[in-house]
Design a protein around this ligand. Structure first.
Ligand SMILES: NC(=O)c1ccc[n+]([C@@H]2O[C@H](COP(=O)([O-])OP(=O)(O)OC[C@H]3O[C@@H](n4cnc5c(N)ncnc54)[C@H](OP(=O)(O)O)[C@@H]3O)[C@@H](O)[C@H]2O)c1
Length: 250
């Protein structure tokens, strides 16, 4: 049985996903729409999102494609207006970016972390932390009005100081750590409204970000993550979970 397939069509469950044109985001769209969810699939450039548009064209799937750069507050406002009053069962803040993975203070000229300009730092912070918070704020009422009331945020084990054995990836680790703090805050603020907020590590996944040598396929990662999120026994408290369902201390 697929995610949410018990739900009758007239009460179709709804999801809103960021970064839905490739990688894990596209796979979330594929699996949820395949299970008869209505999906608001957002990406920076819908005109170039061939795989997503092809999926949206499949008969039997209910997918609305919308433009969203998560680093742009105006774009979040426009998306919020375009989606209208529709309740959102599950918000998946998936869009994320990593830059200058190799930069070290001891790096070669041009690869030193202290030389990374503020604009790049801010772009990564906007995408990985500020954007998800703004998207959550824009849709909090509509998630609270839904049946499932879930917000999921793609973080990473790399954000956890206790799991860091290799260093590097300063921008990614620190901005995903900021995301974790935001998820915990959101969960405290939204718990009285019955909204569950979860930070997720999807595994090391074979996407553009994870690379071809990664150990988990997008299909497996997403199907395991959805099983965890849609388990009626999912605790309401904020958690950091990996794709195997393990609760990770954060
Ligand atoms: N793959 C892994 O092993 C792994 C491990 C741990 C955590 N994660 C997390 O899982 C999430 C998905 O990763 P992935 O592997 O699918 O990465 P990916 O293949 O690199 O895809 C990243 C997605 O984020 C979108 N994106 C980036 N910046 C954006 C912005 N400002 N506004 C809107 N969309 C933006 C990209 O859109 P464009 O095509 O427009 O760039 C793309 O759709 C990320 O948050 C990542 O940090 C991945």
């Amino acid at each position: 049985m697929g995610p949410g397939s018990d739900r009758k069509e007239r009460e179709m469950a709804t999801a809103l996903i960021t970064g839905a044109n490739r990688g894990l985001g596209l796979e979330f769209v594929r699996q949820l729409s395949g299970a008869r969810w209505k999906v608001f699939a957002t990406c920076r450039h819908p005109g170039q999102a061939d795989a997503l548009r092809a999926l949206a064209g499949d008969a039997g799937r209910d997918i609305e494609v919308h433009a969203l750069d998560t680093g742009d507050p105006k774009a979040i406002g426009a998306l919020s207006a375009a989606v209208g009053e529709q309740a959102i069962d599950m918000l998946i803040c998936n869009a994320g970016v990593t830059k200058m993975r190799q930069a070290r203070i001891t790096g070669a000229p041009g690869e030193r972390i202290q030389d990374v300009d503020d604009a790049l730092w801010l772009e990564v912070l906007r995408t990985n932390a500020i954007g998800p918070l703004r998207v959550a704020a824009a849709f909090a009422d509509r998630v609270a009005a839904s049946e499932r009331r879930l917000m999921a945020f793609l973080s990473s084990r790399m954000s956890l100081p206790g799991q860091n054995t290799s260093g590097g990836s300063y921008l990614y680790r620190s901005t995903k750590a900021a995301l974790n703090a935001i998820v915990k805050n959101l969960s405290i603020e939204l718990a009285p409204r019955g909204v569950t907020c979860v930070a997720l590590h999807p595994g090391w996944v074979r996407t553009d970000m994870g690379g071809a040598g990664a150990s988990v396929s997008p299909e497996e990662s997403v199907s395991r993550v959805l099983k965890i999120l849609l388990d009626p026994k999912l605790p309401k408290k904020a958690q950091f979970l990996d794709y195997l369902g393990e609760s990770v201390p954060w």
